[in-house]
Design a protein around this ligand. Structure first.
Ligand code: NAP
Length: 247
């Protein structure tokens, strides 16, 4: 039985991944930081798909929270065999010249340190040599890592580039230890993250100008994440998959 920890699963891409995981019969830890009602909604949708969710509040930037989250998943479901390192934030659109230190710290804290802490916890528990069941990790990067996000979020773009590098290195560390590590780079996906950047319609507006002519849906990203986690991707590791409509 696959037991998957999904960070930032109260809405957006994390929620869609939780629902698809439940459809596959996997046990799902639904992590959130602040919006418990949204996490409850995810859990209710997971149950409707026959899944057994565990809702867990944890701030991925806090080492103790991350450890307790993986402990909780193992206590509820048995050994964790999969992790989706998904929680991430943007800050309001700005040029680098106008970003203050508090914003830069927060963006790097959540997106880089938070993701590294979650990937580290997975790397301490899933590998065969550590008594784990073996499995897979998927890290949620962004097309921003390749495009740079000028005039909007060069901080976020650089943070996501760090996750691409983490994916390549960690995949090599764990490849012979029963753990595959891959990443997805979503493009413009319809979620609430754009509102937090000050432009709720950003995905629809900019998606219309992408080669495929529209924004992506969370389910389209979730399909790739679940495939990368699944045994169908058994020879795939160290890969970073663009899910961006040709952008
Ligand atoms: P979203 O709808 O804003 O959801 C973000 C999730 O992350 C929420 O569940 C939120 O929970 C959680 N979160 C934020 N900070 C957290 C923290 N410190 N600890 C634990 N959870 C935290 O975002 P999304 O669009 O689904 O994005 C998911 C991932 O995809 C992010 O890494 C994002 O960078 C990436 N991505 C998104 C797009 C896009 O166009 N949407 C494109 C490329 C990459 P609470 O609300 O409870 O805090």
């Amino acid at each position: 039985m696959t037991c998957v920890v999904i960070t930032g699963a109260s809405r957006g891409i994390g929620r869609a991944t939780a629902l698809l995981a439940a459809e596959r019969g996997w046990s799902v830890l639904v992590n959130f930081r602040s919006d418990e009602a949204a996490a409850e909604e995810t859990a209710s949708l997971v149950r409707k798909r026959g899944g057994r969710p565990l809702i867990w509040r944890a701030d991925v930037t806090r080492e103790d929270d991350v450890r307790a989250m993986f402990d909780a998943a193992a206590a509820e479901f048995g050994p964790v065999s999969a992790a989706v390192v998904n929680a991430g934030i943007v800050a309001p659109a700005s040029t680098l010249a106008d970003m203050d230190i508090a914003r830069l710290r927060r963006v790097f804290d959540v997106n880089v340190l938070g993701s590294y802490l979650c990937a580290r916890e997975a790397a301490r528990r899933i590998p065969l040599s550590r008594g784990g069941p073996g499995g897979a990790i998927v890290i949620v990067s962004s097309m921003a890592a390749r495009l740079g996000s000028p005039f909007e979020y060069v901080d976020y773009a650089g943070a996501k580039a760090a996750l691409d590098t983490l994916t390549v290195g960690l995949a090599k560390e764990l490849a012979a230890d029963g753990v595959r590590v891959n990443a997805v780079r979503p493009g413009l996906i319809n979620t609430e993250i754009h509102a937090s950047g000050g432009r709720p319609d950003r995905a629809q507006e900019m998606g219309a100008g992408s080669p495929i002519g529209r924004a992506g849906e969370t389910s389209e990203v979730a399909e790739a994440i679940i495939w990368l986690l699944s045994a169908n991707a058994s020879y795939v590791t160290g890969t970073i998959m663009d899910i961006a409509g040709g952008r």
